[in-house]
Ligand binder design. Structure first.
Ligand SMILES: Nc1ncnc2c1ncn2[C@@H]1O[C@H](COP(=O)(O)OP(=O)(O)OP(=O)(O)O)[C@@H](O)[C@H]1O
Length: 357
């Protein structure tokens, strides 16, 4: 099939929408894929009502595309992202249990707890803490999922040592990958080359929602979400749409990192997401040669800040070359033995004992 994206969009642009315009000029087409005789895409409407009104458009689009040379199959999915007071919208959601959001944040079926791991700025080790904590919790018998929601720089495929496109047997449900006892999904698995995927659309909100709701997470005690750094749309969407158990904020002991951490804390508080505590990463450094203890980025700043804000201080994680080497090699250090693995085991135990993991 030599059809181009432009050919397909041109055919779709000839379909008139109720209320004027066409699906292309109204920017409704998402995730367009053209692959050996199959054309698939999503028509994303603003509301469930609009999706219902556009049902004839779906039929017309299918007929128009099937008439193009070489097209054997056309798969169109209608989805709506707006709330509805009426019946559930046609959507891409898995299972059938989720319904469009009405009112406040909703619980995700099958997942007991959701904890976001955030930081005010990049590079403080938020992804490292997420992967290691996930592995440490799994080692203590918890059923753990890890969602890498860092759309700007997903690092979990590297840190967890898996990177392949997840299967989707029915074109809707996404089967997550497994690594080190953790059920894993990352934006990085989907954001390859120039392929159009559903969550590459302009709406980060839709992308995150799909990663939480369309992935077949199974029954989980806890889903950890590795957030992008800072205080942006992903954080907002997550906390507004889903019932969060809480957030953990990672910081290094430095003043500047702490200033940023304060912004993250402030954001979670404004979003009414309980802050479960602060973690100090890159804390003590023990020289592997002489055993001397050094505090390269300072020490204790996060604990002091936690006390000041009356928030739990969850622990210190040492600065250790093995952390980076293990992360780069795809086996988090918490999967092995030694002082860093023990520090993560303590953090995991603390969360389990506190009833949040
Ligand atoms: N405790 C530690 N000891 C040694 N190296 C560490 C430690 N924590 C993180 N690193 C290393 O620091 C780098 C940044 O860590 P990481 O990617 O986890 O940070 P991040 O906060 O998630 O950054 P970003 O948000 O920009 O992705 C990585 O190379 C990681 O291996």
């Amino acid at each position: 099939m030599n059809l181009s994206r432009e050919d397909v969009l041109a055919a779709l642009a000839r379909i008139a929408l109720p209320g004027g315009g066409d699906p292309v000029s109204r920017d409704l087409i998402r995730a367009l894929r053209i692959e050996s005789g199959l054309i698939s895409f999503v028509i994303e409407t603003a509301t469930p009502e609009e999706a219902r009104a556009y049902a004839p458009v779906q039929v017309q689009a299918e007929a128009a595309l099937r008439a193009l040379p070489g097209v054997e199959k056309v798969q169109i999915v209608m989805t709506a992202h707006g709330p509805s007071a009426k019946a559930p919208a046609p959507s891409l959601k898995i299972g059938g249990h989720p319904t469009p959001q009405q009112g406040g944040p909703k619980k995700v079926s099958g997942i007991d707890r959701i904890i976001a791991i955030g930081s005010g700025k990049g590079g403080v080790g938020k992804s490292t803490v997420s992967s290691n904590l996930a592995v440490a919790l799994a080692r203590q018998g918890r059923r753990v999922g890890l969602l890498d929601a860092d759309i700007y720089g997903p690092s979990q495929p590297r840190m967890m040592g898996v990177n392949k496109r997840p299967a989707s047997p029915d074109g809707k449900t996404i089967i997550p990958l497994q690594a080190h006892g953790v059920t894993l999904m990352s934006m990085g698995f989907m954001l390859k080359e120039d392929e159009a995927v559903i969550w590459r659309g302009p709406m980060l909100m839709g992308a995150l929602q799909q990663l939480i709701e369309q992935v077949a997470w199974g029954e989980l005690d806890i889903l950890l979400i590795d957030l992008p750094p800072g205080t942006g749309d992903i954080q907002l969407t997550l906390c507004q749409r889903f019932q969060m158990t809480g957030a953990i904020v990672v910081s290094t002991p430095q003043d500047v990192a702490l200033l940023d951490a304060r912004k993250a804390l402030d954001m979670f508080q404004k979003l009414k997401t309980p802050v479960l505590g602060l973690v100090e990463n890159m804390s003590t450094y023990i020289c592997p040669n002489c055993g001397h203890e050094a505090h390269i980025f300072g020490h204790g700043g996060v604990a002091t800040e936690a006390r000041r804000l009356d928030l739990p201080f969850l622990g210190e994680l040492p600065l250790d070359l093995s952390v980076r080497l293990a992360g780069d090699a795809g086996t988090p250090v918490a999967a092995g033995e030694g002082p860093v693995a023990e520090a993560y085991a303590r953090l995991a135990r603390r969360l389990i004992d506190g009833g949040v993991a």
